[in-house]
Design a protein around this ligand. Structure first.
Ligand code: GLA
Length: 357
């Protein structure tokens, strides 16, 4: 199998909807390299030295921009918006006015609609090797959402092996917002089979069970005595094939939002940690968001072939998407996702890498 290498810049130079696209690389003093594209303000590659010092690409993706246009829409590494995750029936109401987002996931609107932020070419401002800021202005009514929304997503790579992602947004009319990153991680290295051998911990006592359309149904449920309990580290594969109604509703795996424990959030401690026993690479996730969608790539079908020519099959990666809870605009008991004119939306997520020997 080929070694991991960064995609070529020229293979990401293209024109989409009248705008030029680029590949931007950040690099720290410890050998971590991140490649980003302004198409979807997305992560393309993330090279992390493994326990032997070998650079290992820990995210799924493609080596040509064209592949992102033709692949199955799996949201590889993208910035998801204006509203990450599902809105039931694509409908919600603000101040008595109903808004409609064309359903693109059964009856639901998923990830901001068919032409959400992941399909847009963002403007960029880069500080050589260190940070990349992406800007996008979503029009009032774009994909059905109210309000002209100015969004900024900043990626910064620190010498502590942290990829810090900061979000900021402002609107001119009341709107709803939920932003996340949809990186597919495989800490064994992208294309190296499934992630069932990873050890995972999630600091959540409760999660949100879903209905048949993957909309949170009813009240949060304790993870205790269910396959959803990751409070003590366990292998992702340990319970994934358990005969469980919720795992079935997740299409044969995890695809659920965890309610992160507030004490852990308040102390700014990692809300989740994943470790690969083969590379020793460990990923900590830190966030200001209240929820975490844990998704085990249940829709990866093997149809898409990645950066080193390997097919991306079921459970070939996991996502830890920090966010507000799915369908919040229709669920009054959830923390609000309303953004009003004059307010500034702010959110931060850190993906931090280290080696466990
Ligand atoms: C999210 C959803 C999944 C799936 C992926 C993209 O993680 O929760 O159900 O739609 O995005 O394929």
């Amino acid at each position: 199998m080929n070694h991991y290498k960064l995609p070529e810049q020229r293979d990401f130079e293209h024109r989409i909807a009248g705008k030029n696209t680029h590949l931007i690389t950040l690099e720290n003093s410890r050998g971590v390299v991140v490649a980003l594209s302004d198409f979807g303000a997305r992560i393309v590659s993330l090279l992390v030295p493994d326990k032997y010092g070998t650079p290992t690409d820990v995210v799924l993706g493609f080596s040509h921009i064209q592949d992102y246009l033709t692949a199955d829409e799996q949201y590889h590494g993208v910035t998801v918006g204006r509203f990450a995750n599902r809105i039931a029936n694509g409908r919600f109401t603000i101040d008595g006015e109903t808004f409609y987002i064309e359903p693109n996931n059964g009856p639901n609107a998923l990830h901001g609609g068919a032409a959400g932020f992941h399909k847009r070419v963002w403007d960029r401002r880069v500080v050589y090797k260190e940070k990349a800021d992406f800007y996008y202005v979503a029009a009032d009514g774009e994909e059905g959402f109210p309000g002209k929304l100015s969004v900024m997503v900043k990626y910064r790579l620190t010498d502590n092996n942290e990829l810090v992602i900061t979000y900021r947004a402002q609107t001119d009319k009341p709107t709803v917002i939920n932003l996340t990153n949809h990186a597919y991680f495989n800490l064994n290295g992208e294309g190296n089979g499934d992630v069932l051998n990873h050890r995972l911990q999630i600091q959540a006592t409760n999660y949100l069970p879903v209905d048949e359309f993957q909309i949170p149904a009813g009240v949060p449920a304790p993870v205790e005595d269910t396959p959803f309990d990751f409070r003590t580290p366990k292998l992702i594969g340990q319970d994934i094939r358990y005969a469980d109604d919720q795992l079935a509703k997740g299409n044969g795996g995890y695809d659920h939002n965890y309610i992160l424990d507030t004490e852990v959030l308040a102390k700014k401690l990692p809300v989740a940690t994943a470790v690969s026993p083969t590379t020793g690479i460990s990923l900590d996730v830190l966030t200001t968001e209240p929820g975490l969608q844990f998704y085990t790539g249940n829709f990866l079908s093997g149809k898409d072939v990645g950066k080193r020519g390997q097919p991306y099959g079921k459970h070939g990666a996991f996502c830890l998407e920090t966010q507000h809870f799915p369908d919040s605009p229709n669920q009054p008991d959830f923390p609000t996702t309303l953004l009003m004119p004059g307010e500034v939306f702010q959110s931060e997520t850190i993906y931090r890498f280290s080696i466990v020997k």
